[in-house]
Ligand binder design. Structure first.
Ligand SMILES: C[S@@+](CC[C@H](N)C(=O)[O-])C[C@H]1O[C@@H](n2cnc3c(N)ncnc32)[C@H](O)[C@@H]1O
Length: 193
């Protein structure tokens, strides 16, 4: 499995905001190798990692990342976007949801937002910190965000030193176009994606 450029950009955002993380409840969805979630846990957040319950090898990678980083306290759960499962019902209210490179297949976009919406009902103040790799100019979240009563703010990469091809000694961002978004409940005040 692979760390995606989006994960490096989101990890950089977390590092910039590391002083806000101790004690925060943080859930990563579509975590894969889980770089952002692992960094959040190292910075003192109470982290749950998740990936699709239908992809046990991805969940195993989440567990390995915890093991390799000496983080036995981090829970790993199966959360498939758009499914209301026992695991989703049992997730406690979260302060921050991390979502790195989950918006890559437009047919999944609404399932992802419905899972986020469900979690927002547990804590309406939850913020979704998401990085998105621009792969097609045709893709848009705007209508779906409106439908699900969510708003989105684009965070300029230069505001957290991520407007570079190399971030924290990783060349992964390279020339990929990555956007950093904060999604929350409420009516849209600006267009994004
Ligand atoms: C492009 S990878 C990003 C991985 C990681 N967040 C990163 O940025 O390095 C997409 C991730 O979404 C997960 N995923 C794909 N479909 C999913 C679904 N329906 N429900 C939950 N997770 C899913 C994959 O297993 C994979 O870990």
């Amino acid at each position: 499995m692979y760390v995606w450029p989006c994960a490096v950009v989101l990890a950089q955002y977390l590092w910039f905001h590391r002083r806000a993380l101790p004690g925060k409840a943080v859930l990563e969805i579509g975590a894969g190798v889980s770089l952002p979630g692992i960094l959040a846990a190292k910075c003192g957040a109470e982290v749950i990692l998740s990936d699709s319950s239908e992809l046990p090898h991805c969940l195993e990678i989440c567990r390995q990342s915890c093991w390799m980083n000496n983080l036995p306290q981090v829970d790993v759960i199966g959360l498939t976007w758009g499914h209301i499962s026992q695991d989703l019902l049992a997730v406690p209210p979260q302060d921050i949801i991390l979502a790195s490179d989950v918006f890559f297949e437009p047919e999944d976009f609404e399932d992802i937002l419905s899972t986020m919406y469900f979690l927002m009902q547990k804590n309406p103040k939850v913020q979704i910190w998401s990085t998105y790799q621009v792969r097609s100019a045709d893709w848009s979240l705007t209508a779906l965000l409106y439908k699900w009563d969510m708003k989105c703010v684009r965070i300029p990469l230069e505001s957290f030193d991520a407007d570079k091809e190399d971030i924290a000694e990783s060349a992964l961002p390279g020339r990929h176009t990555v956007e950093m978004l904060i999604i929350s409940l409420g009516k849209a005040s600006e267009l994004c994606l």
